[in-house]
Each structure stands twice: as structure tokens, then as C-alpha cells.
Design a protein around this ligand. Structure first.
Ligand SMILES: CC(C)(COP(=O)(O)OP(=O)(O)OC[C@H]1O[C@@H](n2cnc3c(N)ncnc32)[C@H](O)[C@@H]1OP(=O)(O)O)[C@@H](O)C(=O)NCCC(=O)NCCS
Length: 179
């Protein structure tokens, strides 16, 4: 992956971003809150909400990982504008194409996001939710200092009848934890 690049998503990336996301939602229904059937209907313009400043200022950034120009990973960071909760950011939409897993790309996306959040004035912590039992994602988040602070039972209901819990995780923003 010599040609790997991680950078904020810009408008010309939206088609490739939607294609990656639609594929991930279909392949991993248990891992995401959005469902593939609904999301595939969305028009491209609606994904502008994932660009910096989108969703009425809620989106801080979406990072994309490109391998030789092909979009193979993404991660979005949000922050509510309301004053009393402005110190908390949220990570959503972590995804790495199946062809590129297990090579450190998820960790690189997360590390870059954390670096950017550390450098953002006024932020004290970052949260995320992850389906209980998603070992790859939980392992990744724990390796970067996230800790579970709770679990939401019956968080996701799948068409096949499964009811899945979500682990709620938080990481304080400050000096990186020692390896
Ligand atoms: C979760 C995901 C983003 C990880 O991306 P990745 O690029 O494969 O992860 P990395 O190669 O950077 O691995 C980083 C760490 O994550 C953990 N990890 C990754 N894959 C793992 C696996 N299959 N089993 C256990 N731990 C795993 C390990 O701690 C690993 O560190 P190590 O290599 O030093 O052991 C990827 O598997 C994915 O897109 N999954 C489907 C979508 C998804 O579940 N998204 C998360 C929604 S909350």
C-alpha cells in the first residue's frame, strides 16, 4: 500500500464514498445502524452532509483512505453545535474495504482522526457505538484508547430477527495512552 493516502473527503469523492458505503451496509448489516435498502436509494447530493461543515455544521470531517486513487476506507467525525455538548465529538461510519483489511488501514484512519480532534479547540472527549461482538472494530478502538462505558440492549433489530446490543465507548482527548 505504498500509494496509500488519507485525507479529508471532498465533493468529487462522493460517488466512490457512496459505493463503498452501500457495499459495506449490504455486507455487514449487523455492524451499522443504517440499512442498505434505504441508503442505496439516497441521491449523491445528500452525502454532502458528510463533508466538513455539513449537516448544519455537525460534521467536522470525513476522512477517506485512497489506495492508488481508489477509495478503500472512510471515517466520519461529528460534533453537535449546542454549547453544553460541544466538548464531545462522535465517530461514525468506520469502514475499510474487505480487500484492504488487516493491514493497518483502520488504525491509520482512526489515528489521523484522533490527531485532528486533539488539535480541535474545545474538545475533551470522543464517543462511538459499536455492535457488541464486533471483535475487529472493538479491538481497533481499544488499541487506540477507547473504553466501554455502557451497553445499549436491543439496540439493532435485523430483518432475520436478531436483536443486537451496542457497546458505547469513549476516549478522552489528551496525551495518547502509552503503548
Ligand atoms: C473494523 C475495521 C474498520 C478494521 O479495519 P482494518 O483496517 O482491518 O483494521 P487494522 O488492520 O487497522 O487493525 C487494527 C487493529 O484492529 C483490531 N483488529 C482488526 N481486525 C481484527 C480482527 N479480524 N479480529 C480481531 N481484532 C482485529 C486489532 O486490534 C488490530 O491491531 P493488530 O493488527 O495490532 O492486532 C474493518 O474490519 C471493517 O471495515 N469492518 C466492517 C465494518 C465495521 O465493522 N465497521 C465498524 C463499525 S463500528
Amino acid at each position: 500500500m505504498d500509494s496509500l493516502l488519507i485525507r479529508p473527503m471532498v465533493e468529487p469523492d462522493l460517488l466512490a464514498y457512496k459505493a463503498l458505503r452501500d457495499g459495506m451496509l449490504a455486507a455487514h448489516p449487523e455492524a451499522f445502524t443504517s440499512d442498505a435498502e434505504t441508503e442505496i436509494q439516497r441521491d449523491l447530493a445528500s452525502y454532502r452532509s458528510r463533508l466538513t461543515g455539513g449537516a448544519n455544521g455537525t460534521t467536522l470531517f470525513t476522512l477517506v483512505a485512497l489506495d492508488g486513487g481508489r477509495l478503500v476506507g472512510a471515517l466520519t467525525c461529528e460534533r453537535e453545535p449546542r454549547r453544553k455538548v460541544q466538548h464531545t465529538a462522535h465517530l461514525v461510519g468506520m469502514m475499510v474495504a474487505a480487500s484492504h483489511r488487516g493491514r493497518g488501514l483502520g488504525r491509520a484512519l482512526l489515528a489521523e482522526a484522533l490527531d485532528r480532534l486533539q488539535a480541535t479547540p474545545g474538545l475533551a472527549q470522543v464517543t462511538l457505538s459499536v455492535t457488541a461482538g464486533n471483535r475487529a472494530a472493538i479491538g481497533l478502538y481499544e488499541s487506540q484508547g477507547f473504553e466501554r462505558y455502557g451497553r445499549l440492549p436491543d439496540a439493532i433489530r435485523l430483518p432475520d430477527g436478531r436483536r443486537l446490543d451496542k457497546d458505547l465507548m469513549v476516549r478522552r482527548l489528551g496525551p495518547a495512552p502509552r503503548a
